[in-house]
Design a protein around this ligand. Sequence first.
Ligand SMILES: [Zn+2]
Length: 377
Amino acid sequence: MDQVLGQPNALDLLNLQLTTGRQHHAYIFHGPIGVGKFTTALAYARILLCHDRVTDLAGKAAACGACPSCNLLSSLTTPNPEASQDDDTVGLTTAHPDLHVIRKELARYSDDASTRNRKLTRIPVEVLRSSLIEPANLAPKLASGKVFIVDEAELLNPAGQNALLKTLEEPPAGTTLILVTGNEDRLLPTIRSRCMRIAFSPLHDQAVEDWCTQHTPDLTGTQRQTMIEFAAGSLGRAQLISRFGLLAWTDSVLPALDRASQGKPTADFGQQVFGFIDSYANAFVKAHHNASKEAANKQGADLMWSLIATRARRRITELSQQCTPDDPITNEALLSPWLAVIDATEQAQKLLASNVNLSITCDHFAVAMTRGLDPGC
Ligand SMILES: [Zn+2]
């Protein structure tokens, strides 16, 4: 697991389980997107499936690197950030007979035409049955156990999560289940209570900076700093920003926020934000076979709210240094515009989660943000 960057708490916890032989049969790896949850799940699976586990020089449990299991999984130990999710899925499903990776993209390989042709907004329960529930009850083919990784587990609807409960309650011997999610709240309490939860944190800025050095060496110093702020500790987000040219958003959105905080809101800001998200979602759908526009809209909106909220938090940190304990009214006037911006992003997230139309959500965001700037309201 030494390939995972910047998650010492999660790795220590997993290593302790391995070295004491007290592994749990089901885990939830939760935390922001793009911070190493899935990479850690693969690395952990590799150790669990190894025939001849070793202890490395640092005293950590490690795969031997030489047994038949390790040989099959060796190509998976170095994630390729340039590969599309579709390519990854094909490789992962065929790499090892006892490693099963369940993703919404697997619906493309379903025997059932209606499942195959459905747009990918969920992990269909049919896919869960054929890729997890049924194979979990079969004997392992090569290793002494089996590992199932459900990526984006929040995309299992309640019926899918309920179908999973029996496997969680009575796991076949040697079976390990890892649910990877960026939105743990969308897992049922009955699922959460049966799993060991491992928290992953945003990465330090240095990790994003190192990624930029390697993958986007042409950025200017200012662009690199903006990229680090936008990525907010997520290499997954950094990849999307780079691949889809999203740094261009910052040229319009961030100055508009500064103007709005000074009481000069940009006319039609909501539609400007909507236009950026909509263009991104169209480009994403074009680049990913069977991707759904609705899911891409939500992903684009998450990126936008993150960009805006991160900038607001940065401004609050800067301005709080000008605050004095004996002048609460001035302090309030300094900070309230940016607190209003954060509130507006949270409201927008809730609206979109309850399936309010994206264009309306963006308009609501702009109005809520502007209203928060006006002390008369
Ligand atoms: Zn091995």
